[in-house]
Design a protein around this ligand. Sequence first.
Ligand code: BTN
Length: 264
Amino acid sequence: MPLDHNETRSQIQRTTFGYTIHSYHKISSTNELAKEIAKKGVEEKTVVLAKTQTLGRGRTGRRWISPRGGIWFSIILKPQITSEDTLKLTFIMSLTAARMLKDAFGLNAEVKWPNDVLVRGRKICGILTEACTKMGNVEFVIIGVGINANIDLQAFPENLRKNATSLKHELGHSIDLKDFLMKLLRQFDDDYNRFQQGDWDFLLEEWKTLASFLGKQVQVTSFGEVFIGKAVDVTETGSLKIRLKNGTFKELVSGEFTMSQKYK
Ligand code: BTN
C-alpha cells in the first residue's frame, strides 16, 4: 500500500519507561509506517502515533475510520515467540485497554474475542496485530491500536454508529489524550513484561474475567464457515472454544462473532 509521504513528523519523544514515540499529524496508517520503520531496523518499543490516518486499516482488510480526536498508534515489538503466539499480544493489549477503561473512567469495558474492547456492547477500541516472520522466526510484531477517544459519533459513517462508541460519548466529556496514551503504554509494558516472564496463564485468566460473552450463545464466522453454539472457553493458545448444538466442541483460531438467538 503506498504511503502518504506528506506526513509531517511533529516530534520524537522518549518515555521514562523506555518507549520512543514518533508522532505525526496525518499519515496513511500507523501500522504501515511502523512496518516500514521496523524493516529498516529500529529498536523494540518504538511507537508510531498519528492524529489522523487517511488509510487506517482494520481486520480482514476493512477500513478503519480515524478522525482527529482518536488515539491511533502502533507499537513495534521484538518478542522471542512463534508466529502463532503473536495472537497472545492482541489479548494482552485488549486486556490492558479494557482494564484501564474500567479503572480510569469507571466504564463497564469488556473484551470480545479476539481483538475488540466494547462498552455497552459497542466497539470502543480495535487492535490489529501483524507479525513479520523470516524462516519461521518472528522478526517483529506490530500491535496497531485504535481507540475512539474524543470523537463525536457523528464523525463515523451512519452504518457504523450503532455498533461503535467513543470515550467522549460514554463520559460526556473529552479526555486528555496524551495522559491516557502514556498510562496505557506504561500498563501495557507491565503486562508485556509479565508475558515475557511466563505469566501468560494469569493474563489470560484476567482477560476472561472481562469476557462476558463466555457462556453465551454465539454465531461465529471463521474462514467462510458459520458455527453456532455456546462460547465455553478461550484456550491457552487463544482459540475460541464453542459447544455446538450437537454437543461436540469446536476450537476456532480466527473469526468474528455475533451473539446468536438461534441456538437452543
Ligand atoms: C479492527 O478492529 O478491525 C482493528 C482496528 C485497528 C485500527 C488501528 S488504528 C492504528 C493502527 N493503524 C491502522 O491502520 N490500524 C490500526
